[in-house]
Design a protein around this ligand. Structure first.
Ligand code: HAM
Length: 422
């Protein structure tokens, strides 16, 4: 019997994991300077949280959730996204009462969606996201967008496209909804069964349909931007002004309808325009969700955030041919010949590591040449050779691998010598 990694998931092996760590380090640093503190919430939540938070009529809730009953008969779901979970925690811990507002949170962790497997679409994927809860200032919309752009640019991506839209407020949505109903209803039998279901529940979702994308009525559908209330239009204009101030270029796409129900006002996506990226070009998505906190049982507090997957970020880097700097950082490789030398190697390895030097030695009793090859392959900065003569003289030859320079250093001085060099 042989076992395989479950469909839609992947093992991240050494060689690849260094890239993940590098991206995660970039992200942590950006969160530090923008001051988005990390929140860690459970990987599963009550199923109702997503049904309520993300929306009953969304694909995510209807088709993509990993839902199970625990032994106590409770319905639980592996989180398909983390805005609902973060907002749940925000309400549960009464973070709206914290002295510093808005509350700015970030997270990084696995999400689960039962989706058709294809390049860039996984069933388990890692999202980095932020949520800024407690401010309806258009400047924070711009900050959140800037943070997302910063992550990609710091990783080295260049072929990026930022698309923004406004879904307006409740009044905007209601008048637009009526217009959509009038537009689609007479022809709804020409649409897929999902769209027929969506017509009365949430006609905006029809615009997001992948099956009927080419239907002529899609092109002529009333655009939400034409229905923006004056207040919503002003808000959107201010967001754009702040983006201009930050020197962030964007395109306005009135058809940008996000796949989750909680959005209003600003929505945005960042795409990769690199040739060779493949069919799925969206790297990041987010927007404002005034009303969600209340929906989940908290006070009427506005929020905005985004999420991006590390998998797609790495695919975009590959498509653009960007190499992350993931040097292994091995400081010393100790080559030992003979039992006594090995004792010394074990001792020195431990001493070096205690001083913070990344150190490796041979554990296969290989010949000197093979050990030398390992040191080379691992990119060791220095090698130290230990044999009978070195033990007798209580000193070792330290070789700087790049220049080939060698120095004899007394055992007692080795740590100091290496620490000063690195
Ligand atoms: P979303 O658009 O569903 O939004 O997902 C955000 C990002 O997660 C996508 O742009 C994509 O990079 C990544 N993603 C989604 N599904 C997959 C998948 N199957 N495989 C790989 N990557 C995937 C949200 O999740 C919202 N919670 C974002 C948000 C936060 N809005 C406000 N705050």
């Amino acid at each position: 019997m042989s076992f395989k990694v479950p469909r839609g998931t992947q093992d991240i092996l050494p060689g690849q994991s260094e890239k993940w760590q590098k991206v995660e380090a970039i992200i942590r640093d950006i969160c530090r300077v923008y001051r988005y503190n990390e929140i860690r919430t459970p990987i599963f939540e009550q199923t109702d949280l997503f049904a309520r938070g993300v929306g009953e009529t969304t694909d995510v809730v209807q088709k993509e959730m990993y839902t199970f009953e625990d032994r106590g008969g409770r319905s639980l779901t592996l989180r398909p996204e983390n805005t609902a979970g973060v907002v749940r925690a925000y309400v549960e811990h009464k973070m709206f009462g914290a002295p510093d507002q808005p509350v700015k949170l970030s997270y990084l962790g696995p999400m689960f969606r039962y989706e058709r497997q294809q390049a860039g679409r996984y069933r388990q994927f890692v999202q980095f996201g932020v949520e800024a809860i407690g401010s309806a200032d258009p400047a924070i919309d711009a900050e959140v967008i800037a943070l997302a752009m910063d992550v990609y640019e710091s990783a080295g991506l260049k072929d990026l496209k930022l698309v923004i839209n406004s879904l307006g407020d409740k009044e905007t949505r209601d008048t637009h909804r009526t217009a959509l109903l009038q537009h689609f209803e007479p022809h709804i039998h020409e649409f897929c069964s999902d769209c027929q279901n969506r017509l009365h529940k949430n006609p905006l979702r029809i615009l997001d349909c992948k099956v009927d994308r080419e239907h002529p009525l899609m092109q002529t559908a009333p655009a939400l931007t034409d229905f923006l209330t004056e207040e919503s239009a002003t808000y959107f204009a201010q967001v754009k002004t702040y983006l201009d101030t930050l020197g962030i270029t964007y395109e306005v796409d009135p058809n940008l309808v996000r796949g989750l129900d909680y959005y209003n006002h600003t929505t945005f996506e960042i795409m990769s325009s690199a040739s060779g990226f493949g069919a799925i070009t969206t790297l990041c998505g987010g927007g404002r969700y005034n009303g969600l906190v209340q929906e989940i049982g908290g006070p009427d507090v506005p929020g905005i955030g985004f999420a991006l997957s590390i998998e797609r970020l790495l695919l975009a880097l590959e498509a653009e041919g960007v190499e992350l700097d993931t040097a292994s950082g091995l400081d010393v490789y100790i080559i030992a010949m003979g039992d006594e030398a090995k004792q010394k190697a074990v001792e020195l390895t431990s001493t070096f590591r205690a001083k913070g030097l990344a150190t490796e030695m041979d554990y296969l009793d290989r010949k000197m040449k093979a050990q030398m090859k390992s040191a080379d392959r691992l990119g060791a900065k220095y090698t130290i050779v230990l044999g009978e003569t070195e033990l007798e003289e209580q000193q070792a030859a330290v070789k700087h691998m790049e220049s080939g320079e060698q120095h004899k250093v007394a055992f007692s001085e080795l740590v100091n010598y290496l620490s000063q060099q690195s």
